[in-house]
Write a protein that binds this ligand. Structure first.
Ligand SMILES: NC(=O)c1ccc[n+]([C@@H]2O[C@H](COP(=O)([O-])OP(=O)(O)OC[C@H]3O[C@@H](n4cnc5c(N)ncnc54)[C@H](O)[C@@H]3O)[C@@H](O)[C@H]2O)c1
Length: 273
């Protein structure tokens, strides 16, 4: 179903790797809602994923950029405005990666070069993106910038490793930069804290199958899917949420406010028998 929510709006979507990616679903939905965009991902992801297919499907151009490199982001933002024919109304930052997680290093046994790399990719890249957008006056007034987060920023999920710290930093950047973007440019900045979702980044976390099932049992509405996350993101890009800013918005079927659910209790009691 389309509501034409994004008719006439232009933007950049970071992080579509394959059809499971949250950014992929968002690009498809933005397209259905009449928005135009440029797709971007790290040069290496061009070889690993199938972003070309998404570009064809949505009639979009791809401009590769490593989100840790300011020159790449500058090039991306300039070219995106050229290709789209004007300033931007929305930007989605859907990027995350921990080298410690990938290499199986425990939180208590980190390699700090890996920690720094993961922090740069997962958190500082959001600051870099916003700083380029800000300096280049690339956003239209009442534009909207969204990044994706996870509740490990607030609560302990042992296997989420250093991504927990990266997400806490990411959410803080959203508030700190969001202040200046709001005051100076009338642009809003928010993070969406999404349920565990079966994507390349998600399933890379140790014990993912367990905690996606647990979260689903815990949440009164069940886990939110990637497509549902895309739908929620659209509302934040639309003109219907103009005064929502500096927020970390939970999109998790209610998980974040639960203590325990009957289903989790039942499973636990079964184990006790
Ligand atoms: N999957 C989950 O369970 C879950 C839950 C909450 C939040 N999130 C967040 O959602 C976002 C999207 O992840 P996803 O689950 O769709 O997985 P995904 O693996 O499909 O997407 C992650 C993307 O980050 C990109 N990326 C990595 N390094 C980059 C770099 N240097 N420059 C530019 N792009 C780079 C990858 O190429 C990939 O496209 C991430 O921020 C992730 O942490 C995911």
């Amino acid at each position: 179903m389309s509501y034409n929510l994004l008719k006439g709006k232009r933007g950049i979507i970071f992080g579509a790797l394959d059809e499971n990616s949250i950014a992929w679903k968002t690009a498809e939905r933005v397209n259905e809602e009449g928005g135009k965009f440029v797709l971007t991902n790290a040069p290496i992801a061009m070889r690993m994923g199938n972003i070309q297919q998404l570009a064809e499907k949505t009639g979009s151009e791809i401009i590769p950029a490593d989100a840790t490199k300011v020159e790449d982001i500058e090039n991306l933002v300039e070219k995106a405005m050229e290709v789209l024919g004007g300033k931007l109304d929305f930007v989605l930052h859907s990027i995350g990666m921990s080298v410690n997680v990938r290499k199986g290093n425990h939180y208590t046994d980190m390699n700090y070069d890996f920690t720094t790399k993961g922090w740069d990719v997962s958190a500082v890249s959001f600051h870099k993106t916003m700083q380029v957008l800000y300096k280049k006056e690339a956003m239209n007034e009442w534009g909207s910038i969204v990044a994706l987060s996870y509740m490990a920023a607030q609560r302990v999920f042992p296997d989420y490793n250093d991504m927990a710290d990266n997400k806490a930093y990411l959410e803080s950047i959203a508030r700190s930069f969001g202040y200046f973007f709001g005051k100076d440019k009338k642009v809003r900045v928010n993070t969406i804290s999404q349920s565990p979702t079966p994507t390349t980044a998600g399933t890379g976390v140790k014990g993912f199958d367990g905690f996606i099932a647990y979260a689903d049992k815990m949440s009164p509405l069940g886990n939110a899917t990637a497509l549902e996350c895309a739908d929620y993101t659209l509302t934040l890009f639309s003109d219907l949420t103009k005064k929502v800013t500096l927020q970390n918005l939970y999109h998790d079927g209610g998980f974040s406010n639960m203590g325990v659910s009957q289903e989790v209790m039942d499973t636990f009691m079964k184990d006790q028998e």
